[in-house]
Design a protein around this ligand. Structure first.
Ligand code: FES
Length: 297
């Protein structure tokens, strides 16, 4: 946590929350709970792990939502040649050798380091070329701010063109409209595109965010918030307790004390403006009480 905090302080504003969201989605804990072994199937069932929870399959794509993702090939090359033994020095050396601006390179080096620790060094050798929208951090910032301030005409004529939930900034069509005080999943369900063909956790006709109970019971609908967090209602006690039960808040990297944490249950979070989210590719139920019951940790 201290290392992520230190890196976040030196990271460009546009990627600061996204960096924390990445570490919330890919904690060391989940790798340990899902590691191959003779009791793997039993563990996966007990912790109700669903979707793509292994980082090995997403070493090049897991961080597409960071602006710094465009420096990933350079970071990989640099990480392969890093000599420093101590972790913080490794990050600094890697960021500097990559040639990326420090306020993006350090965050990407931290992600590369965690990927290395979880997956081993093979990913450093694979070729990868990011396909990204060409824009500066300032342009991205302006775009996020614009989508958070719809025109009066847009408001009078309905939600389209007004407040929206963007769930993949790299795809221009990856958004759905949202009305004031609507829960994110309620708004998502009006989006009838065939997301079930891309993510088997999605039900047909229920939108891009996987859902099951829609009442805070299952933990399927968790999302990371990388833009417009102030437009979400403060987290309520019920949502807070459920997040702890699922384990999304005690995986070590998300501030569970703040009013508007960066990880939310989309069926509980209500919006009063536009937000930009990340949909994690997996979900599970592995909070401390369940781990103690299963593992005695
Ligand atoms: S859909 Fe079950 S917790 Fe949100």
């Amino acid at each position: 946590m201290a290392a992520v905090d230190a890196v976040a302080r030196e990271t460009h504003e546009i990627d600061r929350d996204a960096l924390r969201v990445w570490f919330a989605i890919w904690p060391e804990l989940v790798r340990e709970l899902t590691a191959p072994g003779e009791d793997q199937q039993r563990r996966l069932q007990f912790f109700q792990m669903n979707g793509g929870y292994r980082l090995e399959a997403k070493t090049d794509s897991s961080h597409r939502f960071l602006y710094g993702h465009r420096y990933w090939p350079a970071i990989k090359r640099a990480m392969g040649g890093v000599k420093a033994a101590e972790r913080w020095e490794r990050l600094q050396e890697c960021a500097s050798a990559s040639g990326a601006p420090r306020n993006f390179g350090l965050a990407m080096a931290a992600i590369a380091q965690m990927t290395l620790e979880q997956c081993g060094p093979d990913f450093l050798k694979t070729a990868y070329e990011p396909k990204l929208v060409a824009e500066s951090p300032e342009e991205m910032s302006r775009r996020r701010a614009r989508s958070g301030k719809p025109s009066l005409l847009a408001r009078l004529t309905g939600a389209a063109g007004g407040d929206r939930v963007v769930f993949d900034e790299q795809k221009p069509e990856a958004w759905f409209p949202i009305l004031a005080t609507q829960e994110i999943t309620t708004a998502a369900e009006a989006d009838k595109r065939p997301y079930h063909e891309q993510d088997e956790r999605c039900y047909e006709g229920m939108g891009p965010i996987p859902v099951d109970c829609r009442s805070g019971s299952c933990g399927t609908c968790w999302v990371g918030v990388i833009g417009g967090n102030a437009n979400l209602d403060p987290v309520e006690e019920f949502e807070r307790k459920r997040m702890e039960y699922f384990g999304y808040w005690d995986s070590g990297f998300v501030d569970g004390q703040g009013e508007r944490p960066l990880v939310r249950l989309a069926c509980q979070a209500r919006a009063n403006g536009s937000v930009t989210i990340v949909i994690p590719p997996w979900n599970g139920v592995f909070g401390r009480s369940r781990r103690e019951r299963e593992l005695g940790d």
